[in-house]
Design a protein around this ligand. Structure first.
Ligand SMILES: NC(=O)c1ccc[n+]([C@@H]2O[C@H](COP(=O)([O-])OP(=O)(O)OC[C@H]3O[C@@H](n4cnc5c(N)ncnc54)[C@H](OP(=O)(O)O)[C@@H]3O)[C@@H](O)[C@H]2O)c1
Length: 273
């Protein structure tokens, strides 16, 4: 068999993307998947805006990835002014955003039986952070985004299937798939790609807190709860933050140029319907 010499199709846009320094805006960069993504991109040809509420933690990440190529922006996705300010600050520092990684999110228990004022407030907060604020940010970033741009949402396996006790979280993540599909169609004529990366359990503070909460509620041990969750997956382990970051990096690059409106499942073999 002769070895193929065929090259991937290339064009001026992909060449320009590869040569110019791109401005990557990462929400939730203070820890977990967002931080891992910032660290993975540290030696790439990018400028980075790192956003979250914990400013000091962001500064620490900036120091590590390089202060000449990154800056920290305080962002609270439940506050419209904060969203507007974050985009204005980012664009005035590094110009229009080329890659928006909507990674920030919260995971809280919102069981059906909780009809208390606190329960309703929790439901609203999850939707505000994971969906409403995330959408407002993506809207603003898309306004000045140039051809070749990317918007990448971090969804979840709960973008695909339901789970008891976390109704707001599952609803918010399913909604991100709707945004992904609709925004992809609206932005395709401008050569901007919109996709969602949907991981199963990732080894971060969020997953650890969720498992601890469940153990506290049920009286089971933390390791039993973790084993039960992981045991439902054909690949019986958690995803590493770097594995999600690597897929984000792939979507940012030329390999991601023919992919839009998709949810890419990093689900350890859990199959979506
Ligand atoms: N870990 C998992 O098992 C898992 C599985 C599937 C999907 N995901 C998704 O992956 C994404 C990242 O999760 P992770 O595991 O890395 O979680 P994490 O370690 O808890 O990090 C969440 C990030 O979101 C930021 N954030 C939270 N509330 C915010 C707000 N109101 N405004 C701005 N930023 C806010 C946090 O920073 P501050 O607290 O400093 O604001 C933090 O940087 C989330 O969208 C999550 O739903 C996670």
């Amino acid at each position: 068999m002769t070895q193929s010499t065929m090259k991937l199709p290339t064009n001026a846009l992909l060449d320009a993307m590869a040569s110019k320094t791109r401005h990557v805006f990462i929400t939730g960069a203070s820890r977990g998947i967002g931080e891992a993504t910032a660290r993975l991109l540290a030696d790439k040809n990018v400028h980075m805006t790192l956003a979250a509420r914990s400013y000091n933690r962001l500064l620490g990440v900036c120091m590590d990835v390089g202060v000449e190529k990154s800056h920290a922006v305080k962002l609270d996705l439940v506050e419209e002014q904060s969203i507007d300010d974050a985009i204005t600050t980012a664009e005035s520092k590094f110009g229009p955003i080329d890659v928006l990684i909507c990674n920030a999110g919260i995971h809280e228990d919102t069981p059906l039986s909780d009809v208390s004022a606190q329960g309703r407030a929790r439901f609203r907060r999850v939707i505000e952070v994971n969906l409403v604020g995330t959408y407002f940010l993506a809207q603003l970033a898309s306004l000045h985004m140039r051809p070749g741009g990317r918007i990448i949402f971090i969804g979840s396996v709960l973008s695909r299937v339901g789970a008891p006790q976390v109704n707001a979280y599952a609803a918010s993540k399913h909604a991100l798939m709707g945004l992904t599909r609709s925004m992809a169609l609206e932005l395709a004529p401008r050569n901007i790609r919109v996709n969602s990366v949907n991981p199963t359990w990732v080894d971060t503070d969020m997953a650890r807190a969720a498992i601890n909460r469940r153990a506290e509620k049920t009286g089971e041990s933390v390791s039993d709860v973790a084993a039960k969750y992981i045991g439902r997956q054909p690949i019986r382990r958690m995803v590493k933050p770097l594995e999600v970051a690597s897929y984000i990096e792939f979507l940012m690059g030329p390999g991601g140029d023919a992919i839009t409106g998709q949810g890419i499942d990093i689900s350890c073999g859990m199959v979506s319907p």
